[in-house]
Design a protein around this ligand. Structure first.
Ligand code: 7PM
Length: 280
């Protein structure tokens, strides 16, 4: 497998990616469709984060800005108010690496100072100041492909060659990071399932997932509970665990090293089976 032997440097922690790991989703937003705003306050978010770690998440992805299509943008002060207390309380409370899901350089810097070890940016460090903030943080970075902006990205996205365009974009962002002084062992790439893609685009990317690792960086994927699962199974948001876990397994077999998931226990269990069958 192309992933064997690879590592991800999250500050001073080297995360072994020789087998696929789970990134648990921890939304700290009032408008999250998946958690219905149940984890709004710090206390509940921290409890949920610790629960994700206990279920076997290697990363806990703390997000304070919804990327939902049509969602109102969140100001930097509000985003900091949501995520920083949660990161401070999660730091050191488990072995999991804390991931900060943000595009804002101010939030990257504050989250890294509070204890985050990974920056998960759906805009792949394209905001002004983001490359420098990520470089200075010492954090690993997950660079995701998104066509357009959340508000409009699902309005008839078109590609001549979706795999080639996503691969070229990610290779370009890896090159930009390296040029900015971010070491290759700090980088992961993600095709951004559902971000400016139709069902057919998502399926094509999944079929050709292995070709994306040509950029040289370990691969992360987020498929959990997405509309793609709904379209394939006919299930509403709260009933997509089985379809999501199957997609996680298929992605891992195709070379994904990090699988972002809401249902951590089930996904970890499935990936244990994948790891055993694949062997070493
Ligand atoms: C509304 C629309 C709410 C989309 C939530 C989402 C990814 C991510 C997200 C991903 C990485 C969701 C998404 N998706 N980060 N953040 N990769 N790296 O379904 O696919 O969770 S937000």
């Amino acid at each position: 497998m192309s992933t064997s032997g690879s590592v991800l440097r999250c500050k001073d922690t080297l995360v072994d990616l020789s087998h696929p790991l789970v990134m648990g989703v921890l939304n700290v937003t009032p408008d999250s469709f998946s958690d219905g705003g149940r984890f709004l306050d710090t206390e509940a978010a921290v409890r949920h984060g610790l629960d994700l770690a206990r279920q076997g998440a290697a990363f806990i992805d703390v997000g304070g800005e919804s990327t939902r299509p049509g969602a109102a943008p969140v100001g930097v002060e509000e985003e900091l108010r949501r995520v920083i207390p949660v990161i401070e309380r999660l730091r050191g409370a488990s072995a999991a690496v804390i991931s900060i899901d943000t595009s804002k350089p101010e939030v990257m810097r504050a989250a890294a100072a509070a204890g985050a070890g990974l920056i998960n940016d759906v805009r792949a460090l394209r905001e002004p100041g983001a490359l420098a903030a990520a470089r200075d943080s010492g954090c690993a970075v997950c660079l995701m492909h998104m066509r357009g902006e959340p508000r409009t990205m699902q309005l008839e996205p078109e590609y001549a060659d979706v795999v080639g365009e996503v691969r070229a974009f990610l290779a370009g962002r890896v090159a930009a990071c390296r040029a900015a002084g971010i070491a290759g062992e700090r980088l992961a790439i993600d095709p951004g399932f559902g971000f400016g893609k139709t069902l057919e685009h998502n399926l094509t990317l999944l079929r050709h997932l292995g070709e994306l690792t040509a950029a040289g960086a370990p691969l992360a994927v987020g498929l959990s509970r997405k509309s793609m699962v709904g379209k394939l199974t006919g299930r509403p948001g709260g009933e997509r665990m089985l379809g999501s876990v199957v997609l996680a397994v298929l992605a891992a077999l195709a070379g994904a090293s990090i699988v972002r998931a809401h249902d951590v226990a089930a996904t970890v269990e499935a990936l244990k089976v994948v790891t055993a069958v694949r062997g070493h």
